[in-house]
Each structure stands twice: as structure tokens, then as C-alpha cells.
Design a protein around this ligand. Structure first.
Ligand code: FEO
Length: 162
């Protein structure tokens, strides 16, 4: 694997690991507010991010390279509202999509067809994640803050809709 491709894959390991911790931090915040459904959604999301990190770690290792396990920045511990928190989730997922796109662009430039083939799963996954977070935000806007109880009760049923 070309050095710069390895470096950008290791950067992605760090970003997926941070995503997992970010959603864990959001999950514990939601728990302190008594929002059990929302926290379950975020714990599940955090598990998915760990899976994304593991996919990169295993792929880098399979290519005979050294996957570097990073130190992580501390995620925020507080949010002004549930809506503000989900806006942050969407913003973060768009950032991750951009990050995956940069890997695709580099693999294309380097004619690394094995990498291009492998990363297709992430292209589909990012599309799915952005769509599903947008659906959550749409529902939240529809119900409004006064109906947070209903939103919290129903959010888990929205997983896997997209
Ligand atoms: Fe692994 Fe949600 O990006």
C-alpha cells in the first residue's frame, strides 16, 4: 500500500474510533436526561462505529501494513437540547462521508483497485447513515420538543428503516 494511502487509512481509524466515543458520550448525556430510547439508539450507533474502526484495522492488517491505534480527543459532555445533539450527529456524519470520499479520491489517483473495491461498503454505509439521521431529525421537528416522550419511545423503531 502506498504510504499516503496507509496514512489516510490510519486517520480514518482515528475518526471512526472518535465517532464511537462521541456517540457513547451522547448516550450517557441522554441517560442523565432520562431519555432511554435515545440513549439506546446512540449506544447502538456507537457499536456500529466501533465496527467501522475494526473493518479499517483488519483491512490495513490484511494488506500487510501497521494499523495504528490512536489516542482520542475527549468528546463534548453536554448539549443544549436533543435537537442540537442530533444536528451535531448529522454534521459529524457529513464530515465522515467527506473523509471517506477523500480516501476514494486517493485510491483512484493511485490506481489502487483493491482499495476502491473494498471501500464501496463504506460509501453505501455513509449514505445510509446520513439518511437515517436526517429521518430522525425530521421526526424530531415534526413532534417538537413538547413531544420528546413520544420521540424517545419511538426512536428505536426507526433503526433499520433505511
Ligand atoms: Fe463510521 Fe458513522 O461513520
Amino acid at each position: 500500500m502506498e504510504r499516503k494511502l496507509l496514512e489516510i487509512c490510519n486517520r480514518q481509524i482515528e475518526r471512526e474510533a472518535y465517532s464511537s466515543n462521541l456517540y457513547l458520550a451522547m448516550a450517557t448525556w441522554a441517560e442523565t436526561k432520562g431519555l432511554e430510547g435515545i440513549s439506546q439508539w446512540l449506544y447502538a450507533q456507537s457499536d456500529e462505529e466501533r465496527d467501522h474502526m475494526m473493518r479499517f484495522i483488519k483491512y490495513v492488517s490484511e494488506r500487510g501494513e501497521h494499523a495504528v491505534i490512536p489516542a482520542l480527543e475527549k468528546p463534548p459532555i453536554d448539549y443544549g437540547s436533543v435537537k442540537e445533539m442530533f444536528d451535531e450527529v448529522l454534521k459529524h456524519e457529513k464530515f465522515v462521508t467527506q473523509s471517506i470520499n477523500e480516501i476514494v479520491a486517493m485510491a483512484t489517483e493511485l490506481n489502487d483497485y483493491a482499495m476502491l473495491n473494498w471501500i464501496q461498503w463504506f460509501i453505501a454505509e455513509q449514505f445510509e447513515e446520513e439518511t437515517s439521521v436526517q429521518a430522525v431529525i425530521d421526526k424530531l421537528e415534526l413532534l417538537g420538543d413538547k413531544n420528546l416522550y413520544l420521540f424517545d419511545r419511538d426512536i428505536m423503531s426507526m433503526r433499520g428503516e433505511h
